[in-house]
Ligand binder design. Structure first.
Ligand code: C5P
Length: 220
């Protein structure tokens, strides 16, 4: 039986994670936060004292291929150490963005990402779920929200986790990360040809979830 996969791609802090996790919950499907895998790879590189740079591409890809990672409920461990909060910082996001621009690192994470596709189904969120990882997915959503909204949401999210954050530097970080993610030569951030666009700037989480579930039901 083919595993049904629903992809949610979009830029930083567009609300992908919240939307995708809620949709997965409502459908009783598995959930893949692919950004977490790049964040974990970035952290593993840091711990190995490898700058997330092209000169270290082969070594970082080797780390990514054997990521000693464990997911349980909403928490994640790297080599036995819980790093759930640590990988959420903006610095970790920037490291993730840098390692993710290395083609061998992306390739090294392919199998791990595919392994999340299990019955009864998967909701996968990231930048290239619909274009590269699950190109045959029956539904691909490309989520956007205006830049000010995204910076504001990310700010609230960090504060609520007890992580201090400055709104202006956040705005600059998000813009830098989006620019890198959109301009890289491998798997740049862009909607799949058959993606449905959803701008959630003016929508509540529930409204966005209902919209996506409506699309999903229409495809069954
Ligand atoms: O989604 P999140 O902000 O956690 O992702 C962190 C970084 O990982 C992104 O800025 C992006 O560079 C990279 N990423 C990617 N492809 C994905 C998911 C994330 O390149 N599928």
């Amino acid at each position: 039986t083919p595993v049904p996969v629903l992809c949610v791609d979009g830029p930083t802090a567009s609300g992908k994670g919240t939307l995708a996790a809620a949709v997965a919950h409502r459908l009783g499907y598995h959930y893949l936060d692919s950004g977490a895998l790049y964040r974990l790879t970035g952290l593993a590189a840091r711990q190995a004292q490898l700058e997330p740079e092209p000169v270290n591409e082969a070594e970082i890809a080797a780390l990514a291929r054997q990521l000693p990672v464990q997911f349980r409920a909403d928490r994640v461990w790297l080599a036995g150490e819980e790093v759930t909060e640590q990988i959420r910082s903006e610095a970790a996001g920037m490291d993730a963005s840098r390692v993710s621009a290395l083609p061998s690192v992306r390739e090294a994470l392919l199998n791990l990402q595919h392994s999340f596709a299990r019955l009864p189904g998967l909701v996968a969120d990231g930048r290239d779920m619909g274009t590269q990882i699950f190109p045959f997915a029956p539904l691909k959503v490309f989520l956007t929200a205006d830049a000010a909204q995204r910076a504001d949401r990310r700010h609230k999210q960090l504060i609520s986790k007890g992580i201090s954050a400055n709104i202006d530097s956040l705005r600059a970080d998000l813009a830098a990360r989006d620019a890198r993610d959109s301009s890289r030569s491998v798997a740049p951030l862009q909607p799949a040809q058959d993606a449905l666009l959803l701008d959630n700037s003016q929508l509540s989480v529930e409204e966005s979830v209902d919209r996506v579930l409506g699309w999903w039901q229409a495809r069954q």
